[in-house]
Design a protein around this ligand. Sequence first.
Ligand code: ADP
Ligand code: MG
Length: 238
Amino acid sequence: MGSIRLENVSKSFGEAQVISALDLDIEDGAFVVFVGPSGCGKSTLLRLIAGLEDVSGGRILIDGKDVTTTPPARRRLAMVFQSYALYPHMSVRGNIAFPLKMAGAGREEIERKVKDAARILNLEEYLDRKPRQLSGGQRQRVAIGRAIVREPTAFLFDEPLSNLDAALRVAMRLEITQLHQKLKRTMIYVTHDQVEAMTMADKIVVLNGGRIEQVGSPLELYRNPRNLFVAGFIGSPR
Ligand code: ADP
Ligand code: MG
């Protein structure tokens, strides 16, 4: 549950090809980081996987099933953005419960799942607060909570920490990797930050101009960068 496969996936906006003939296999339960400079296509690739954009060519498979034309709501993936997109007038409880309410879940189920998510994310004391009464890190946790209650087969994070200050970013990195260990779900994490990639990933996918430069573990990329771009980007001595 939670393997993702891209076959020859491409995406153009008008004349501009943003993703070019990309193949990638993500194993169930992996923590995969997409890293690369701004504009290289990281967000677009994530949005293609989520179904928020249609591919221009190729196929996307989740757990071996072709979902290329499956609408986002039926892909069972949860996306977490850098702008938390919380509802300001709702409490933390209301924000986390929202996707369950939309899906027509019953009151008991909602209560139980919100409580579980709050416990996992250390938000139990904050359930009655409004987003404006929370710190940046707490808001990001609420956004993650809203993803958790949907019990997705995979989580997709798009630079979730880029609005946080440096110290908080380090703490949240650790929280997200711990969350991965607890939930054992596939996570794809997009960042332009090499340090985040190196410290969080099982597997790093280095993107450049809509193509994959290299895929490997942090150590593999550090020891054996395939080219100067990877070496320069990962910061290894080659
Ligand atoms: P990244 O997330 O790596 O910074 P993006 O995936 O956001 O990169 O963008 C990759 C390229 O695609 C950029 O050149 C961007 O301008 C272009 N792009 C992204 N979304 C659209 C869109 N909806 N329409 C036209 N061009 C887009
Ligand atoms: Mg982006």
